[in-house]
Design a protein around this ligand. Structure first.
Ligand code: ADP
Ligand code: MG
Length: 557
């Protein structure tokens, strides 16, 4: 084909595709417009994953009737006027692309009213063309309704996920803006269900509690730092509240929600040594800096940014978090949470003189001293040195204890971290297993398992507890059902589930571990309530005191 310039409608569709990738992108652009218009109340409604309907209403400035059509022209904006303005962008929007892009891929209605005009205006666009325009009264503000998104773009529609997934993207997006603007009252209604409502009273901790739950919100630590150029403020989790993915990291730059590997790294650097491998903090951080220090004009979606002084921003964020962590007693003294736990059947016992040194099985439950890892024997036991001799730690039992405590703690806080499976796992149950499953489906759901019937006795596993992400899921579920059906143990069901998950999710004996892995394991073990016994009550470690060693070697009598 010879080279030729593309027709304007083709260009507009290509450009629209960059702005509107999925329904949540439409929500993003509309919310940004509302915020730029100074709205203090924003209501978002979506149906069918946003493909059927997206409606965003605000009480912002509104658009004058004479400018309404212009707002739908490409590169028409009220936010910047010249090249200089591009160097110091203070609004969320500036490219003048959102409204025309949305109108290019969906049917749009807009009604708007300013404070200075007696009547507001209404406009209906289909295929980017105005098909109706009239005066209509309404309270000050703007409502944009988007219907049949991507109806004429089968390729795009095909790539969208289920409406639940698209809804969850929308929910996440609204949550992020609610976190960035605690003084704005946000409401989100998904498929006619109320899913988020913030009060707009300006309290970030209150917004965090609406999104992540009040327990977590209470425990979050305040991070602040101001070095003149860069201001950092927000809330971060104490190390005890880590998550197994980065979805809980929210970064805003001048209150724009951004994806910033630099800010993620600065945050994780501050937690270095405090979290186990694969664990990540929860953080809501806003970085404010002069608009000239920043380039947001990198991609049409405006979620990427470039800092002029990356290193300064990096260290400000790292410092803000490190200081917050250092101020908290939880981070600086891991011992506080378990130093007073009472023994569960493991009474302290004196070591008798005539007892062979290697059967010092029962130990008191109390905090562990600091242990230094020396190595691993038969790929099963970790050898460590403490202030008073040698410790041999059973890697499986130790990991079981760690997982058990975490699983139960997450369950008790109603905050079980769930991992969705990209590819659901199909599993066929025996009739007995199926009955147990039916009887205990709700219990399993509380622990993060979403299991759906899939014909006959087949089932689809869609989500699992995130802590089990690396384990063999079929084996875990079968063992779980077995344990729930067993009449032998009288433990409450949640303990049965936690025990079974811990047992099957834990590192096996015979698995070689790196020094780093062993150190992490011991560090985590130190933080459990009963570091010296696994959930079944077997010891996690054997301690050979210096005194015993000396005796065994005949150094003392
Ligand atoms: P941009 O936000 O980059 O300027 P948009 O296409 O999103 O481009 O919007 C075009 C213009 O329409 C904006 O510059 C603004 O003047 C006006 N506008 C859009 N949405 C609203 C709203 N909710 N309230 C007031 N004005 C709006
Ligand atoms: Mg905009």
């Amino acid at each position: 084909m010879p080279i030729k310039v593309l027709a304007p409608e083709v260009v507009s569709k290509i450009a629209a595709g960059e702005v509107v990738e999925r329904p949540a992108s439409v929500v993003k652009e509309l919310i940004e417009n509302s915020l730029d218009a100074g709205a203090t109340q924003i209501t978002v409604e979506a149906q069918g994953g946003g493909v059927e309907l997206i409606k965003v209403s605000d009480n912002g400035t509104g658009i004058p009737a004479s400018e309404l059509e212009l707002a739908f022209h490409r590169y028409a904006t009220s936010k910047i006027g010249n090249l200089d303005d591009l160097e110091k962008i203070s609004s969320l929007g500036f490219r003048g692309e959102a409204l025309p892009s949305i109108a290019a891929v969906a049917e749009v209605e807009i009604s708007t009213q300013t404070s200075s005009e007696p009547l507001g205006s209404y406009m209906h666009l289909r295929n980017g063309e105005v098909i109706r325009k009239e005066s209509r009264a309404r309270p000050q503000g703007t409502t944009v309704t988007v219907r049949r998104l991507f109806r004429y773009f089968p390729a795009r529609l095909k790539f969208l996920k289920s409406s639940n997934t698209e809804n969850s993207h929308i929910a996440n997006l609204v949550s992020q803006y609610a976190l960035a603007f605690p003084e704005v009252k946000f409401s989100l209604v998904l498929d006619k269900r109320h899913s988020l409502h913030t009060t707009g009273n300006g309290d970030l901790r209150e917004v965090v509690s609406k999104i992540y739950g009040s327990e977590l919100a209470q425990k979050m630590l305040k991070a602040e730092q101001n070095d003149g150029l860069v201001k950092v403020s927000g809330l971060i989790s104490p190390p005890s509240l880590a998550r197994s993915n980065r979805n809980y990291l929210s970064f805003f730059v001048n209150r724009r929600w951004v994806h910033s590997p630099l800010l993620s790294r600065a945050t994780e650097e501050a937690y270095r040594g405090l979290l186990m491998d694969g664990q990540h903090p929860i953080a809501v951080i806003n970085v404010s800096l002069p608009a000239q220090e920043l380039d947001v004009n990198i991609h049409p979606a405006k979620a990427q940014i470039k800092f002029c002084h990356e290193q300064t921003v990096f260290s400000s964020v790292q410092k803000a978090i490190e200081e917050a962590l250092a101020r908290t007693p939880i981070a600086s003294s891991k011992a506080v949470s378990f130093s007073v736990s009472s023994g569960q059947g493991q009474s302290p016992r004196m070591i008798m003189d005539n007892e062979p040194a290697f059967v010092v099985a029962r130990l008191p439950t109390m905090e562990l001293p600091v242990l230094r890892v020396l190595g691993q024997v038969v790929n099963t036991y970790i050898i460590a040195e403490g202030p008073d001799g040698l410790y041999l730690i059973d890697q499986h039992a130790a990991h079981e204890r760690i997982l058990y405590d975490r699983i139960l703690a997450q369950w008790a806080q109603k905050a079980v971290e769930v991992q969705g499976l990209l590819q659901p796992i199909t599993i066929e149950f025996s009739p007995r297993e199926e009955e147990t499953l039916k009887a205990s489906k709700e219990f399993l759901a509380e622990f993060g398992f979403a299991i759906e019937p899939f014909g006959d006795r087949s089932y689809l596993i869609r989500t699992i507890p995130a802590l089990m992400a690396r384990a063999n899921i079929i084996e875990i579920i079968t063992a779980l059902l077995d344990s729930l059906a067993s009449k032998e143990s009288l433990n409450p069901w949640e303990e049965k589930i936690a025990q079974s998950l811990a047992c099957h999710g834990a590192i096996r004996a015979g698995q070689q571990l790196s020094n780093e892995e062993m150190r992490e394991l011991i560090k985590q073990l130190e933080q459990t309530k009963q570091p010296r016994a696994c959930p079944h009550g077997r010891p996690t470690m054997i301690h050979l005191s210096s005194h015993q060693l000396e005796k065994e070697f005949g150094r003392i009598g």
